[in-house]
Ligand binder design. Structure first.
Ligand SMILES: [Zn+2]
Length: 439
């Protein structure tokens, strides 16, 4: 009991100390929900900005170290490390590497400098770019790539190695290269676990939603808080710049500038989001059919599955193979579409439309797409063919250079037609066609 009281006093004092050192992080630090978890052995955070601490560990750490860890943990949900891990496709096996990468992004020279000058300490062995032998000022994604590359390099260079003990390469005096690799290997072995706030993978100690006492912030609140903090940091940096001090907040400053900049969405992101939205829309628009047996019945070994099912939306991809499109343009756009469909577990019907053919050719694989030459393609032919098919698609993606006419009316009802333009079109598609500029 006394440990818990003592720990509570320490985390509260640590929060105050952290705010004094990092006034521009005040909102975030004040908003963190600090939740005791006996036996956790460390401090961790979740995407809802709840920080879990082991009372015994905190008592061992004391105020100075606890303050450092609180500042560190705040950064994970504020910089959306959990969402970035998901976007990057970080697997459970790679979670340690990602945690280290995210830590290296946070613990830059400016942060450690400010901590030192305010009597705040980071735990021994805290992951910094220097500790990994990597450059400062990179993003977690970049550190992650370097760490994975380092791991692979080690495996190649040390074919017999496996789970064995860390060996001679880690000792100084071994001139045989791979020093950064050993640093990375060591960091992976001592890897911290900063919790689900880093990778989005739920931990046992995470509070359950709906428990009022441990209620975290909603996603919208986390994002709103992050934006408010970003503005505070911007003001701080401007004030420091007037005093002639650049890089006042280090990685936090870069983060704030990025958070406040109007979101620059790449065409790939837009295309993915558009196709995903169309797929969702399509599945919602489908009628539920009661009489047809589930598709799965045939593979369930005689077990009759319920006959109520929601069919997957059908997707058609109409590909412009006229000569006015460059090979590379076509490939990147089509492979992007293919990636989305694969991720969604959908197969698409592919139609190849060129200047010669009056009717599109149905092809099986994207690899079968060939440029036909010519020019002056009419993609309306492909769209019409797609909607005339036996299994009507709910989504038709047209990959083209835009050198085509478009249907004048929206004759496809609730379905969606997406125009993925690889070049500035000579005239824009009409409003009833969703347009993605992939150039
Ligand atoms: Zn961390």
């Amino acid at each position: 009991m006394t440990t818990n009281h003592e720990a509570l006093a320490i985390v509260q004092a640590a929060r105050v100390k952290a705010i004094a050192a990092f006034p521009y992080l005040r909102r975030g630090l004040a908003a963190l929900k600090l939740i005791p978890r006996e036996g956790l052995g460390t401090m961790a955070v979740d995407p809802q900005a709840r920080v879990y601490y082991d009372p015994a560990t905190v008592c061992e750490w004391g105020v100075s170290l606890t303050a450092g860890v609180i500042v560190h943990e705040l950064a994970h949900p504020m910089r959306l490390h959990f969402a970035r891990a998901i976007a990057l496709g970080v697997t459970a096996e790679q979670a340690r590497a990602w945690n280290i990468a995210a830590d290296a992004e946070i613990n830059d020279g400016v942060l450690t400098g400010i901590c030192a000058s305010h009597g705040i300490a980071l735990p021994k062995g805290a992951i910094t770019p220097a500790l990994l032998g990597l450059a400062e000022d990179l993003l977690a994604e970049e550190y992650f790539a370097a760490i994975l590359a380092g791991q692979q390099g080690r495996e190649i260079g040390n074919p017999g190695g496996g789970d064995g003990e860390p060996t001679d390469d880690d000792k100084p005096g071994n001139p045989g290269g791979g020093k950064p690799k050993s640093k990375i290997q060591q960091a992976l072995e001592d890897a911290p676990d900063c919790g689900s706030g880093v990778d989005g993978i739920e931990r046992e100690h995470d509070a359950q939603d709906g428990s009022s006492e441990e209620e975290g912030m909603s996603d919208a609140e986390v994002r709103a808080l992050a934006r408010a903090m970003a503005r505070d940091i911007e003001i701080h940096e401007q004030a420091q710049a007037q005093l002639g001090r650049g890089e006042a907040a280090g990685g936090w400053g870069r983060w704030a500038r990025q958070a406040l900049a109007p979101a620059k969405v790449s065409w790939q992101q837009k295309l993915r989001a558009t196709v995903r939205a169309a797929l969702r829309q399509g599945s919602g628009a489908q009628d539920y059919r009661f009489s047809r047996p589930s598709r799965r019945s045939s593979v369930m070994g005689g077990v009759i599955m319920p006959s109520l099912y929601s069919p997957l939306p059908e997707v058609a991809v109409v590909i412009d193979t006229s000569g006015s499109m460059g090979d590379a343009d076509l490939t990147r756009a089509v492979s992007e579409v293919a990636g989305v469909l694969k991720a969604a577990g959908r197969e698409a019907t592919l139609y190849s439309v060129d200047a010669e053919a009056s009717a599109p050719i149905t092809i099986r694989k994207i690899a079968d797409v060939r440029l036909m030459g010519g020019g002056g393609t009419d993609m309306r032919v492909g769209i019409r063919a797609a909607f005339a098919a036996k299994h009507k698609p709910t989504t038709v993606v047209v990959v083209t250079d835009g050198d085509t006419e478009w249907p004048e009316t929206r004759y496809w009802g609730k379905a969606t037609v997406v125009a993925c333009l690889v070049r500035k079109p000579w005239h824009a598609p009409p409003a009833h066609v969703v347009t993605v500029e992939a150039f």
